[in-house]
Design a protein around this ligand. Structure first.
Ligand SMILES: Cc1ncc(COP(=O)(O)O)c(C=O)c1O
Length: 375
């Protein structure tokens, strides 16, 4: 049965809401798939960006992939229960309850990998896996000079040896995700910063191999370094996330060609309505901090209507403010505006579903299945 919203113009939707231009989105996937294939790397897309099973399935379709990444065990649970069974959990899992939940996922799929950065955690994972009669695959997480998670360089090989010695664990390789470099504005500066940390990780990977450790995976890279980290022979797969939908933070950095980062399209946008027009120099729209994650260094751009010089700014929890340089072009009550997202991940996590459009007409609605899975 056709849904009552099928074929609506996107401007008829209730707001605030998220809308995905499916053709731009598919172009983003296609470009990344082609890039990775040409570089001889697999994709391991990170679902933390979109938290949507349908998007994950499309990312995996028709490409050489290594499964997906999840940031949290609760995300992995939803993925596994949806039939996506190759999942790398990219943050350490340390509490007994969470380890149990991780092992429950493993019992269902046999294809779960977790990262470790601490010897005590290795012992705990090993004991828990043994008492469940399971063998858990592990990557040693390397600190990319950022300090958020990951073992410091001198601790990496001893930790890998410890993992390898445990009967309940299977050492698979390393993870090094240099989150700190992804948004460096200049391409050459970003390239230098990324290669600095990723080459150190590659050296450790070679040393592990030379000493007989059975490492086969070096997982890393994000949207900001997808075409930099592929220069490193040892990198096996790319954990890219934002590329599929993009946001203002990424649109503001430069690309290899020196221009703005237009390789990937801002496929996901936010619609809002003008709800008050009583002030002379701005109007108020119905999208504020509860509708879009705020970041001071990347205000969202107004994509629609384009060319009128309208500028969006934050105006509290429920509202935004749109300024117009010319009073005669001021937005009118009930006008719809379309914004690209300031930062995609935490914004998508605010919504239950995403409208899907082709040529401005609604063709589908995808659930944000992993919404709120922050455990
Ligand atoms: C461990 C890890 N890998 C990959 C990604 C994806 O990065 P991006 O959205 O920059 O592509 C993230 C994002 O924060 C991450 O935390």
């Amino acid at each position: 049965m056709q849904k009552r919203w099928y074929g609506l113009s996107k401007n008829e939707l209730d707001t605030p809401c998220l809308i995905l231009d499916v053709d731009l989105f598919e172009e983003n996937l296609h470009y990344m798939n082609k890039w990775a294939a040409a570089a001889g790397k697999k994709l391991r897309p990170h679902v933390k960006t979109h938290k949507c099973v349908e998007i994950a399935r499309r990312q995996l379709a028709g490409t050489e992939n290594a499964g997906v990444c999840a940031a949290k065990v609760s995300e992995a649970e939803v993925l596994v229960n949806s039939g996506i069974d190759q999942v790398l959990v990219t943050s350490p899992v340390v509490t007994p309850f969470k380890i149990k939940r991780l092992l429950n996922c493993l019992a269902k799929t046999n294809d779960i990998i977790v990262v470790v950065d601490n010897p005590e955690n290795v012992e705990e994972l090993n004991s828990a896996a043994l008492s469940s009669n399971l063998c858990l695959s592990v990557l040693v997480d390397i600190n990319p000079d950022m300090g958020r998670t990951g073992a410091d360089y001198p601790a990496v090989i001893p930790l890998a040896e410890q993992v390898h010695s445990k009967p309940g664990l299977r050492l698979k390789g390393i993870q090094c995700y240099a989150g700190i470099v992804q948004h460096i504005e200049g391409f050459e500066e970003r390239r230098r910063a990324s290669l600095k940390v990723m080459l150190k990780a590659a050296e450790l990977f070679r040393k592990m191999r030379a000493s007989g450790l059975p490492v086969e995976v070096f997982s890393g890279a994000g949207t900001g370094t997808y075409d930099i980290d592929t220069e490193i022979a040892e990198v096996t797969d790319l954990q890219v996330g934002s590329y599929c939908v993009m946001d203002a933070e990424y649109c503001n950095i430069s690309s290899r060609s020196g221009d703005l980062f237009t390789t990937f399209h801002p496929a996901l946008t936010l619609l809002a309505h003008v709800i008050s027009t009583n002030q002379s120099d701005f109007v108020t729209v119905d999208a504020g901090l509860k509708a879009m994650y705020f970041t001071p260094h990347a205000p969202p751009h107004l994509l629609n209507p384009a060319g009128k010089g309208w500028v969006f700014n934050w105006f509290g929890d429920e509202h935004g403010r749109v300024y117009s340089p010319h009073i005669e072009l001021k937005p009118r009550l009930g006008d719809v505006i379309e914004l690209n997202l300031a930062h995609c991940d935490p914004t998508i996590n605010l919504y239950d579903s995403i409208w899907v459009a082709r040529n401005g007409r609604i063709i589908d609605r995808w659930q944000v299945d992993l919404r709120g899975c922050s455990q």
